[in-house]
Ligand binder design. Structure first.
Ligand code: C5P
Length: 218
């Protein structure tokens, strides 16, 4: 029997990463942050001098990069790049890299490789629609753009990264737009996913709600 997957998709700063990680911990499942893979491609390309419009170069980078996830940290060619990956510029570059079908194809097997017993919680934009279409539970987790911008702004300030609120809102709008309008694996609420709006609920409530859905199905 293949290991079950819980797919959690949604826009940037919706809280899906935090919720997915906590659900994984509660169930003792593995966790895949698929956005980190796109961020790793963007960072590896930047370091290798590959331009963001050089699609064959990006696809080569995605196929060849030496990556590892260990104890909640990400490693590129043996270097801990966890902090570098969270930079806003890397997120924006990742959303450009992610629009190339060739890059997405190169990352497909790597993502599926995370599926292992006793199960996997995977978060991203296309976990339930493309990467794990047979996921046992699919959740589309979202929140209004203003609240997402407030959360992202708080995170940035906590890390000592100064950002103006209107710029954060604008950057999220542009990223949503690019993620929703791309032709391959666009971000969307697919019909077989449970819709969870976290605008007015806490992380604890969102986690409890996903776990309740999971228990209803198992
Ligand atoms: O989730 P995160 O903000 O880390 O993702 C960075 C970018 O990677 C997103 O803006 C999106 O364009 C892309 N991405 C994707 N498909 C995924 C995960 C992330 O296209 N499954």
């Amino acid at each position: 029997m293949t290991a079950p997957v819980i797919a959690i998709d949604g826009p940037s700063a919706s809280g899906k990463g935090t919720v997915a990680e906590r659900v994984a911990r509660a169930l003792g499942f593995h966790y895949l942050d698929s956005g980190a893979l796109y961020r790793l491609v963007a960072l590896a390309a930047q370091r290798g001098g590959i331009a963001l419009d050089d699609v064959p170069g990006l696809a080569r980078t995605a196929g060849a990069m030496q990556i590892e996830f260990r104890e909640g940290r990400a490693w590129l060619s043996g270097e801990d790049v966890s902090e570098a990956l969270r930079a806003e510029a890397v997120g924006v570059a990742a959303s450009r890299v992610a629009a190339a079908p060739e890059v997405r194809a190169c990352l497909l097997d790597r993502q599926r490789g995370f599926r292992a017993p006793p199960g996997l919680v995977a978060d991203g934009r296309d976990m339930g629609s493309v990467v794990f279409p047979d996921a046992a539970l699919k959740v589309f987790l979202t929140a209004g753009v203003e609240i997402r911008a407030q959360r992202r702004h708080k995170q940035l300030m906590e890390k000592g990264m100064y950002a103006k609120m209107p710029d954060v809102v604008e950057e999220l709008r542009q990223r949503d737009d690019r993620d929703m309008k791309r032709t391959v694996a666009p971000l969307k609420h697919y019909p077989d996913a449970v819709f969870l709006d976290t605008t007015a609920i806490s992380v604890d409530e969102a986690v409890a709600s996903v776990l309740a859905e999971w228990r209803n199905r198992s």
